[in-house]
Design a protein around this ligand. Structure first.
Ligand SMILES: [Zn+2]
Length: 406
């Protein structure tokens, strides 16, 4: 079995930021850097902290290449104890992509002290806002990582996001922790960001924040306990990145997106700063993609659609009928949304159109073989065209959001 050796060092970069640089030997992998929030100093990071980050960066690569992993630093005892469970879960989920490997550390460490700070990853989306608002009394910092959802070569998009996040941090009396990393260049070669690697990426950042005094780091859930399937960030795996010094919490899986929107719908900060449209790097929310449309309809259901300042134009249901039906999870979401829209007089007509589309898909694919729906045939395309025409007529006759008093 080949061996992958991981070494990390903390240094000060030209602009004064402290950076953790991680190098690999034994297998040809890119050097990874992680710039810590402003004010962090290299001497705050112990050799164990560097070891924990090294393990986070190296583990999936080792499992991908079938290599023994050797971390050239001490590693947290608790983290090392979680490694077999993490490997068991990943190899059960993806048996063809990954194998269990031996992991060695220079020594086992138990000396970390847990800081009083509590941070949460924050993108300005529904999940982030739900986690922030429910834990408002204990959260002291919001974490934004440039290089994760927004690539580093898009400073314009990073700046646009940063403006919203800073405003939310100011209004909630929290600190905005900005990090930067090229970590995706390593993880792209190791597995799908969504299905496999983004949870480890978040866990690794949590390990880097622990020495700065953050004893709890929250990761907002993307799916509820009723929808769980193998996924990069998951309640079973995220918590395994905890150490003696930091508790990593997968937060908010007790509610589907609709339930979270109901919980945050009355909060003015959400109306002013919600960002859900990551596909659109060019501007604020596009207002019309699947994610925007679904989100807007749920806010409309809660009676606040007209207050949502970050979505332009009116709601375009017809786009959802097409682009919102790629896999079984989409159908699950559409079914929930249609049922909710049907219950509310203001949105009932929209609910009827969406409900008909869900019923059509259910009839055509009662038991889809995989998670992705088969490509449409001629009959499907015809049905879709009719459904979209109905939706567009409805959008003209009865535009949403509904403006009270208009
Ligand atoms: Zn959009």
């Amino acid at each position: 079995m080949p061996e992958l050796v991981v070494t990390s060092a903390a240094t000060i970069r030209d602009d004064g930021r402290t950076v953790i640089t991680t190098r690999f030997s034994g297998i040809d992998l890119p050097t990874i850097w992680l710039a810590l929030p402003e004010g962090a100093q290299p001497e705050q990071l112990s050799d164990t902290d560097l070891g924990n980050v090294s393990l986070g960066l190296g583990l999936l690569a080792a499992m991908h290449h079938g290599a023994e992993l050797r971390v050239a630093h001490p590693v947290s005892a608790r983290l090392l104890e979680s490694v077999p469970e993490y490997q068991a879960i990943l190899t059960t989920w993806y048996p063809d992509e990954r194998q269990r490997v031996a992991v060695h550390a220079e020594r086992v460490s138990t000396d970390a002290v847990r800081g009083a700070g509590e941070a949460t990853f924050f993108t300005g989306g529904v999940d982030s806002f739900d986690t922030l608002l429910r834990n408002r009394s204990t959260i002291t910092a919001l974490v934004f990582v440039a290089g994760f959802d927004i690539p580093l070569d898009r400073p314009d998009a990073i700046e646009r996001t940063r403006r919203h996040l800073r405003a939310v941090a100011d209004a909630t009396g929290t600190e905005l922790l900005e990090l930067e990393t090229n970590l995706r260049t390593l993880f792209e070669g190791v597995g799908s960001w969504k299905r496999v690697t983004h949870g480890v990426a978040l866990g690794t950042v949590a390990l880097a924040l622990a020495p700065l005094g953050f004893g709890t780091v929250r990761i907002a859930s993307g799916k509820s306990y009723a929808q769980l399937t193998p996924w990069g960030s998951h309640p079973m795996t995220d918590q395994l990145w905890s150490t003696e010094g930091v508790r990593v919490v997968h937060d908010g899986a007790d509610a589907p997106r609709s339930g979270k929107i109901a919980r945050i719908a009355r909060e003015p900060l959400v109306h002013q700063h919600l960002r859900v449209c990551w596909e659109q790097m060019e501007r604020e929310n596009c207002g019309h993609c699947v994610k925007c449309t679904r989100t807007r309809l749920f806010f409309e259901l809660n009676g606040v659609g007209h207050l949502m300042a970050t979505f332009p134009g009116t709601i375009t249901l017809h786009r959802l009928l097409d682009e919102g039906f790629h896999d079984v999870n989409d159908v699950f979401n559409a079914r929930l949304l249609a049922a909710a829209l049907l219950r509310e007089p203001r949105t009932r007509a929209y609910g009827a159109v969406l409900d008909e589309r869900v019923r059509y898909i259910d009839r055509r694919h009662p038991d889809p073989a995989g998670t992705t729906l088969p490509p449409p045939d001629l009959r499907d395309r015809l049905a879709l065209r009719l459904a979209r025409r109905r939706a567009r007529m409805l959008e003209q006759r009865q535009p949403l959001p509904h403006r009270p008093g208009a």
